[in-house]
Design a protein around this ligand. Structure first.
Ligand code: SOE
Length: 390
């Protein structure tokens, strides 16, 4: 694994857990973790359960006893590491968004295609697909239970940078992160809604906003936490915020649905509010990450006297991914989506099948991000999503 902050910790937990929960034809061994700071990566290896550590990611690529490389770094290094790993014959799991630019994403897809011919698998980490309620939403849509999808309504709202004195961490720097709320959390709802509906975003009209344009430089940071020097703002060195704080867009999907999306880190009081509602000709489905063990289903074909949203508690063995966990009626959390992701990735490797979302699927999300940025830059003008050839 490369990276040991927030995503590195979430993925480590999943790698350690996956074979304890699921019976799989292969076992994951957490061999080597990489980070730039020798002291911090040593501590991370110990805490997160890795047998060894290194400060040079090339060690992961050159070591013969390593089969899988998991890329949990900021977006500016995804392409270089993932392509080198694929070329060295390693299966690659790469965090979302796939890359910082469409060109990088295309190069990653090309590398993944070449590697596939040699039996090497690749997958992008859109983990929320593997929340059982989200997987079941897709199954119900595919089974026709809500009929023809007409509306998709998606928001992903956080508030962790609302304080103007919150420092300029890498997620607020375009050269490191590619974009702001758009790529960090907007990418999740783009992927999730396309996954659930089976339809792809064809065109958008968008606007983005950066509310706080200058922030203090961080004294230290890890994951979403960061510190600044001094007790008061006076005298702190600052730098420009080069990404969006919020991104909003309307969209047409290629199956005929219309959609709205909102991603913001300034939605005061909303901590991790990813909500998706899909309305079809026969019914509706709604999901809220802050209540991730629940799925709301409105069955418009039920007897008139019985119509209304039903809350399905996602705790039963027949629900996706859940039979391996706890006895019926017991709940799961955020981290389980990563364990499910590792389960599916390992199974694909063992059965020599291609896992999803593929790099090509993730390139398509990247093309939507690109269309949103182009539309926002052109005064919200209607902008088609470039075809991905995927
Ligand atoms: C921070 O905005 C963040 O951790 C994202 O980077 C993740 O992708 C998302 O799952 C939760 O929020």
């Amino acid at each position: 694994m490369v990276g040991y902050a927030f995503m590195g910790a979430a993925h480590s937990q999943a790698w350690r857990t996956v074979n304890r929960v699921y019976d799989l034809p292969v076992r994951a061994r957490t061999a080597l973790i990489c980070g730039r700071d020798p002291g911090q990566v040593a501590t991370a290896a110990d805490r997160l359960g890795w047998a060894g550590y290194t400060t040079d990611w090339r060690d992961l690529v050159t070591r013969d006893d390593i089969d899988v490389v998991d890329v949990c770094t900021p977006g500016d290094s995804h392409a270089e590491i993932a392509i080198a790993a694929l070329e060295a014959g390693k299966h690659v799991l790469c965090e979302k968004p796939l890359a910082n630019t469409v060109d990088e994403a295309r190069a990653m897809v090309a590398a993944a295609d070449r590697a596939r011919a040699a039996g090497i698998r690749s997958m992008c980490g859109y983990n929320y697909r593997r929340v059982p309620a989200v997987t079941m939403m897709r199954q119900l849509v595919a089974a026709g239970r809500i009929g023809t999808v007409r509306h998709v309504r998606a928001v992903y709202l956080q508030d962790w940078i609302v304080d103007p004195q919150f420092p300029l961490v890498w997620r607020l720097q375009k050269d490191r992160a590619g974009s702001g709320a758009l790529g960090d959390i907007g990418a999740h709802i783009i992927d999730l809604t396309q996954f659930v509906t089976g339809q792809r975003i064809a065109g958008v009209s968008a606007l983005t906003e950066t509310f706080v344009k200058e922030r203090p430089l961080p004294a230290g940071s890890s994951g979403l936490a960061a510190t600044v020097d001094g007790d008061s703002p006076e005298g702190r060195a600052t730098g420009p915020v080069t990404v969006d704080d919020a991104a909003l867009f309307i969209a047409r999907l290629d199956g005929g649905a219309v959609a709205s999306y909102e991603a913001s880190r300034f939605a005061t009081g909303r901590k991790n509010a990813l909500r998706v509602e899909v309305n079809g000709s026969l019914g509706s489905l709604a999901f809220d990450l802050e209540r991730l063990n629940e799925l709301e289903f409105y069955d418009g074909t039920a007897a008139g006297t019985e119509q209304g949203f039903t809350r399905i508690l996602m705790t039963e063995p027949d629900h996706p991914y859940l039979s391996a966990w706890w006895p019926p009626g017991h709940l799961i959390g955020y981290e389980h989506s990563f364990t499910h992701q590792m389960r599916d990735f390992l199974e694909a490797i063992a059965t020599e099948t291609d896992p999803t979302p593929s790099f090509a699927d993730a390139l398509q999300v990247q093309l939507v991000l690109d269309a949103v940025q182009r539309s926002a830059g052109a005064g919200s003008s209607w902008t088609d999503v470039e075809p991905s050839l995927a």
